[in-house]
Structure formats: structure tokens, C-alpha cells
Design a protein around this ligand. Structure first.
Ligand code: ADP
Ligand code: MG
Length: 353
């Protein structure tokens, strides 16, 4: 029951306008603006400064980011124990809202790239997953949906006590469960089935993205790297098996973009694949015939195949089930089981953090 401190009076809080931030290098660029590594001359330390684009819509959304993050930092996680980035300050500068954060390390996508996209050792996958889950637990407790969980938005923490760690950043798309006003959210590869289909969403959408991230950390490449929304959905169906439940498909706004209604369920009409569904996903030809834009169906994108095959026999692990050491086989089985709880089509059955 935390109320949003949405109406922050920026003039009043901008008491520290004489503080100097000296730009050292650019850290990243995103939809909302640019992030610079700066020297904070007042505290004599490095900080990351996010400079939001000077357009009203971005400014407004950044106010939401500031509000949610200050609530998370101050009320939910005052002792900085739950792997959520710390916001230090914010101020307007030439119509740009600037937000300063503690300086963190590389994001997980950069880490995977450094590792030639071959995936991380299971020990790191486990540690990072546990820490991201810790953040998701407190976020769920506060009714906050991140809405853009992906490797680029999870950063390595600098090695203070030599233990590997991560923090969740970028609450620039976040919302509260009572205010799910946007329907076009989450980055495509990490977009949950209910968001793709246009169905009311909850904190469960972050758990879907989390599942995609865990798989990616292990195999090194995105789990559902679809070139279009249809491509993402058809990969989900192929890799996970099954499809979203019929009542979700019946009520979702975009079902007809992706599925064909093949009749109600009655004996003798057992839909397809023994799924007993009234819907089947469109074929690629049906999609191409319908879309004038003809989205490229990225067949050449890696990976495809069933989830357990992807985890057990990933090519450059150069192993297959047959010659996996017994301990590793058990780890893989446990990982597949874990992933199945996360990339679960039905948001009500999907595991909560
Ligand atoms: P956007 O909303 O534009 O995606 P982010 O907050 O995700 O902005 O920041 C963009 C990128 O900048 C991140 O992916 C990360 O690489 C870098 N970055 C952001 N915050 C920090 C930080 N506190 N420390 C180090 N790098 C950061
Ligand atoms: Mg981001």
C-alpha cells in the first residue's frame, strides 16, 4: 500500500544545482536518453548520470522512474540488500531531467558478448538468478512491474567483497499493478505471451522475462530471438511446447493477429497436436499472405529446438545427453525444470518470484 510520490516539485528539490558532475565517458544510450560516467566533485566519487531526452513524454516517464525508484530505495530496501540500483539524486538541466545513480559495471549482455556469446558457468547463472529473484520479490511486494527486464538492464556490481553480483536497473518503463496503462511494453525477445496477445498483465510478465534471461545466461544467446512478434510467439510454441490457454486466447485483444479459431472443443474436433484447443497458431504462409509488410521470419536465427535439447546439447558445449557427466546432467535437468516454471504460457500457473 505504498502511494506514489508522483508530484515531485522539481524546483524545490533542486537545491544542489551548484553540484558539479564532470562527464568522463558515455556508458550507454537508450530510448530515454544517454547515460554518462561522471566525476561527482562534491562527493569525490564516480556516478552514472542518466540524461533524459528533453521531450515532455520522456520527462513525465522519468518522473515515474524517479518516484518508483525512490520508493523502492527508501521504503522497500533501505539497507540496499535486494539488488536494486541506488538512485542518488535528480535535477533538471536545460529541460533534461537528469538522474544520478551509483556507478555499476557492465550489463549482462556486454558480459555475454565478452564471453563470445557462449554462456556463463552454471555457478554464475545460479548466483545472478538468485539475486534478480531477490529484487523481483521485493518489487512484487510493492506491486511494481519492471516491464523491461532484459540482460541490458541488469548490471554487474563492482567487486567490493570479491563476490560476483548483479543489480536490476532502468525503471524507466516500470509501473504499478494498479496502473497498467501501456500495452506496448517489454523488449521483443523478452515479451511475455500475455503482453504479445494484449491481455491484462501483472508482475508475472517480469517472471517470463526472467526465465528468458536465465536461459540466455546459460546458452549465451536469446531464447526467443524473433524477428517479429509472430516469430517470437511461434518460437515460444516450438521451444516450450503447448500454447496459451484457451480462455486467455478468447479474451486477449490481439489473438487474431497470431491464431486461427478452429472451432469449439467437442468430441471429434480435437484441434491439433492433441491440444484440445479451439485455436491454432497461423502458419508462416498465412501470416505472409496477410501482412503486406511481409515480416522476415528469421528461420536462420539461432536457437530453435525443444527447450531440453537447447539446455542439454548446446553446440559449443560440445556435449550431448549421452556424454554429459552425471552431475552436470542433474544440473541441466534442474535448470530445465526451473525454466519450465518461468516460461509457462499461463500467467496464473507461472511461478511467482
Ligand atoms: P534506458 O532507459 O535508456 O535503457 P538505462 O537506465 O537502461 O537507460 O541505461 C542504459 C545503459 O547505460 C545500460 O544498459 C547500462 O549499460 C548503462 N548504465 C545505466 N546505468 C548505469 C549505472 N548505474 N552504472 C553503469 N552503467 C549504467
Ligand atoms: Mg535500459
Amino acid at each position: 500500500n505504498y502511494d506514489l510520490i508522483l508530484y515531485v516539485n522539481l524546483e524545490l528539490v533542486n537545491k544542489k544545482s551548484d553540484r558539479r558532475y564532470i562527464v568522463q565517458e558515455m556508458l550507454g544510450q537508450g530510448t530515454f536518453g544517454q547515460v554518462a560516467k561522471c566525476w561527482d566533485a562534491e562527493t569525490n566519487s564516480y556516478v552514472a548520470v542518466k540524461v533524459i531526452k528533453n521531450q515532455p513524454a520522456f520527462y513525465q516517464q522519468a518522473i515515474v522512474e524517479v518516484s518508483l525508484l525512490s520508493m523502492l530505495n527508501e521504503k522497500i530496501d533501505p539497507d540496499d540488500q535486494h539488488h536494486i540500483v541506488r538512485m542518488l539524486d535528480f535535477f533538471p538541466w536545460k529541460n533534461h531531467l537528469c538522474i544520478t545513480f551509483e556507478m555499476l559495471g557492465h550489463n549482462l549482455y556486454e558480459l555475454l558478448k565478452k564471453n563470445n556469446l557462449r554462456g556463463l558457468q552454471l555457478q554464475f547463472v545460479r548466483t545472478f538468478s538468485r539475486q534478480i529473484l531477490d529484487a523481483l520479490i521485493v518489487m512484487k511486494g510493492a506491486g511494481i512491474i519492471h516491464c523491461d527486464l532484459k540482460p541490458e538492464n541488469i548490471l554487474i556490481t563492482p567487486k567490493v567483497k570479491s563476490a560476483a553480483g548483479v543489480k536490476v536497473i532502468d525503471f524507466g518503463s516500470a509501473c504499478t499493478e494498479g496502473q497498467t496503462i501501456y500495452s506496448y511494453i517489454q523488449s521483443r525477445y523478452y515479451r511475455s505471451p500475455e503482453v504479445l496477445l494484449g491481455y491484462p498483465y501483472t508482475t508475472a510478465i517480469d517472471m517470463w522475462s526472467f526465465g528468458c534471461i536465465v536461459a540466455e545466461l546459460y546458452i549465451g544467446l536469446p531464447l526467443f530471438p524473433g524477428a517479429s512478434e509472430y516469430d517470437v510467439l511461434s518460437r515460444m510454441i516450438e521451444i516450450v511446447g503447448g500454447q496459451p490457454p484457451d480462455d486467455l486466447l478468447r479474451e486477449a485483444k490481439n489473438t487474431r493477429k497470431f491464431f486461427k479459431h478452429v472451432g469449439s472443443i467437442y468430441p471429434g474436433n480435437e484441434a491439433h497436436d492433441g491440444l484440445h484447443s479451439s485455436y491454432r497458431i497461423l502458419t508462416e504462409n498465412e501470416v505472409e499472405a496477410r501482412d503486406s509488410k511481409k515480416p522476415k521470419i528469421g528461420k536462420w536465427y539461432f536457437p530453435r529446438g525443444r527447450l531440453d535439447r537447447l539446455i542439454f546439447a548446446y553446440p559449443w558445449k560440445n556435449l550431448n545427453e549421452g556424454n554429459l557427466p552425471e552431475a552436470e546432467k542433474e544440473d541441466c535437468l534442474a535448470l530445465v525444470d526451473f525454466l519450465r516454471g518461468l516460461v509457462e504460457f499461463d500467467p496464473n500457473k507461472r511461478w511467482s518470484p
